[in-house]
Design a protein around this ligand. Structure first.
Ligand code: UDP
Length: 331
């Protein structure tokens, strides 16, 4: 069997590095392109000397570099993006530059060289609609004054660009809309809720629930996300399509906080924090989020292996315990 050479943009990130690990485990040859703006080399340290692995530090906005790398690989997993509500709000122009220009560079080069691309998109493109979010539904970009939606806009534009190039130049592309993906190596620095709650619980600090906590999310273990991607890449009918990758176990953020407290055995209180205090502005949150999984399950047979309890146990077990005092009795 011929082993494809795979380029993973954003391969030093949380999800990207998990995809790299899987591709190497399958015997693939993998090049990572990452500018290390949010990705970390430590995510890749286990494979730095692996045969067939190469790391290139650079940006997807570097058109010449992208052109050269895409030409040298058969398949591209385009994961590089500015992500995380906090980061997007802090750097809107960079979000557009990286996500739109970067995707355009990757997609154009892939079309030119006849390379296939998995384009990482997001559940944010569904906006504030009622779940389950179906791939065939119209995407939603709520009020442009609401600054969080710039991220969804960049991803929606990347999707459209991909399909335009598929039509006009025969680009072979698969668009995956990832829903909240979580796991041991994820960090909370750019807002992600689960690592924040776990860190707070283990440090004995209050768990900060933004808004009233009734907003829901559905969390998928990164191991399951990687497995789903692997199945999709081998599913011919998924190519040229959009597919949700997520879990349909929907939980409110308040309940998530309660479950983190319970799994950690923490004495931390749970406090509500207005969005304005959390993000510096009033953020238009998504009230509910849950994917429709008919495509993913029907086309690939995928079912998640981890439920939320399993995810929480694993994330907590792997979390650094800098201040384990929080868990000591009598505190
Ligand atoms: N959130 C929270 N406390 C935190 C971080 C996030 O209550 O410390 C909330 C956030 O307002 C949102 C949900 O958790 O309703 C998920 O946030 P995250 O940034 O992880 O992902 P996204 O909003 O992109 O789904």
């Amino acid at each position: 069997m011929k082993v494809p050479r795979i380029l993973v943009t954003g391969g030093a990130g949380f999800l990207g590095s998990a995809l790299v690990a899987e591709a190497l485990a399958q015997g693939g040859r993998v090049t990572v392109l990452d500018d290390l703006s949010t990705g970390r080399l430590s995510n890749l340290s286990a494979w730095q000397d692996a045969p067939g692995f190469e790391f290139v530090q650079g940006s997807v906005t570097d058109e010449a570099l992208v052109e050269r790398l895409v030409a040298a690989h058969e398949r591209v997993l385009h994961m590089a993006a500015v992500v995380g509500v906090r980061l997007v709000l802090a750097a809107p122009a960079r979000t557009v530059e990286t996500n739109v220009t970067g995707s355009l560079n990757v997609l154009r080069a892939a079309a030119r060289h006849g390379r296939e691309v998995l384009l990482a998109s997001t559940s944010e493109v569904y906006g504030r609609r009622e779940p389950p979010f179906r791939e065939e539904a119209a995407i939603e970009l709520p009020h442009p004054e609401e600054r969080r939606w710039i991220y969804a806009a960049t991803k929606a534009l990347s999707e459209r660009t991909a399909f335009a190039l598929a039509r006009s130049e025969g680009l072979r592309v698969l668009v995956v809309r990832f829903f909240n993906t979580v796991g041991a190596r994820q960090r909370g620095r750019y807002g992600m809720v689960l690592p924040n709650f776990v860190r707070q619980a283990l440090a004995g600090e209050p768990l900060t629930v933004f808004g009233d906590g009734t907003q829901t999310r559905s969390f998928l273990a990164v191991q399951d996300a990687v497995r789903a991607v692997g199945l999709l890449l081998e599913t011919e009918r998924a190519w040229g399509q959009v597919v949700n990758v997520g879990s349909d176990e929907e939980v409110s953020i308040l309940e998530l906080a309660q479950r983190v407290v319970s799994v950690t055995g923490s004495r931390s209180p749970i406090v509500r924090m207005p969005y304005r205090e959390a993000y510096g502005i009033d953020v238009d949150d998504i009230p509910r989020r849950r994917p429709a999984l008919e495509r993913l399950a029907g086309w690939t047979g995928f079912r998640p292996h981890f439920d939320l309890d399993g995810i929480l146990r694993e994330v907590v077990a792997a979390a650094p315990r800098r201040r384990a005092r929080a868990l000591e009795p009598g505190r």
